[in-house]
Design a protein around this ligand. Structure first.
Ligand code: UDP
Length: 324
């Protein structure tokens, strides 16, 4: 199968490319390398370019003739989206429109979209089901919801995957996330354990949870990549357009993640309690029944220790080899 992966040089995209390549699919990555890396593309061809460039997109479609598109390219930093909403609408919405117009022109009818649990905003109940109310509370979440809605209005067979908290890296330490200004909890924890940050700050200890810190559903990036493959095969088998949560269905508190990191990396590190971070839902856990039942999703790495260990080993390599 020929699969075009936009954003395939990024953190999650590179794992999808790896799984597609391993099973022998023909992959073409289109990425502007703004946050992605050339070294992260382990299979297929990489074309450097931006989705705002309709001419290059057309050239790619006429040359590669994809059977399906997996659309990962997007801006993904929530606080940045609050500061620069127009950048986010342009990158995430307008560029998706360019891509979908090209799909229409070249009659590409299978489309997988990387959406986010950010479309739920602050859910009233947990675990969150796909049909629960959608109330994004930041521009990032809004842009994801706009594209989900747009897809529903198009005659294109599609799957939207709503990611919960993605973490971890390749067990063989070939690929993983490589960002200088990491904001995500697990990256920051392993970084602090490695002595690259002085102290781990915990945003809020007065939430209505057992230990007062926020709870999240952390999914290993390898399982998330597998979810895309299942979604792709589902579409190729004629499955109808659908939306799936991607999480394990249970969560860990910030303190649990911190303590597990200390245990896994066998080191104590300083922790400081700070005030709440704006826009953080107290608990965010996926109801993952739908993807388990409809796509037969069977996670292999539902193990916080494995997630932290792979993230820690990877982070070490990133700093040693300056892979940022
Ligand atoms: N968090 C924290 N300290 C950090 C980074 C994150 O206490 O240095 C908390 C954050 O407030 C949230 C949870 O960890 O409750 C997960 O945050 P992350 O940024 O990893 O993902 P998000 O859930 O915001 O997508």
């Amino acid at each position: 199968m020929k699969v075009l992966v936009t954003g395939g040089a990024g953190y999650i995209g590179s794992f999808i490319v790896k799984v597609l390549g391993e099973r022998g699919d023909d992959v073409l990555v289109y990425d502007n390398l703004s946050t992605g890396h050339r070294w992260a593309v382990l299979y297929g061809k990489l074309v450097e370019g931006d989705l705002n460039n309709s001419k290059t997109l057309e050239n790619i479609f006429s040359y590669f003739k994809p059977d399906a598109v997996i659309h990962m390219a997007a801006s993904v930093v929530v606080p940045e989206s609050v500061k620069y909403p127009l950048k986010y609408y342009r990158n995430n919405v307008i560029n998706s429109i360019n891509l979908l117009e090209t799909c229409e022109r070249f009659n590409v009818k299978k489309f997988i979209f990387s959406s986010s649990a950010a479309v739920y905003g602050i859910p009233h109940t947990n675990p969150v089901k796909e049909d629960m109310p959608l109330n994004p509370i930041n521009p990032y979440g809004s842009t994801k919801l706009v594209v989900e809605k747009l897809l529903q209005d198009l005659p294109i067979q599609h799957v939207c995957l709503r990611y919960f908290n993605v973490a971890g890296a390749d067990e063989k330490c070939r690929i993983g996330q490589a960002v200088k200004d990491a904001t995500h909890l697990i990256t920051r924890c392993v970084r602090t354990a490695l002595g690259k940050c002085r102290c781990l700050e915990i945003y809020g200890s007065d939430y209505d949870t057992d230990d007062g810190t926020c709870i999240r559903d952390y999914i290993h990036v390898e399982d998330l990549a597998q979810a895309h493959i299942l979604a792709l095969d589902y579409l190729m088998d004629g499955g109808k357009s659908s939306i799936f949560n991607c999480g394990y269905g249970h969560g860990y508190s910030v303190l649990e993640v911190v303590n597990k990191t200390k245990e896994v990396m066998n080191i104590d590190f300083p922790v400081r309690f700070k005030g709440r971070r704006e826009g953080d839902p107290p608990v965010l856990i996926a109801d993952s029944e739908k993807i388990r039942k409809m796509l037969n999703f069977k996670p292999r790495y539902d193990d916080l220790e494995f997630i932290i260990r792979t993230a820690g080993n990877w982070e070490k390599r990133v700093w040693e080899e300056n892979l940022f």
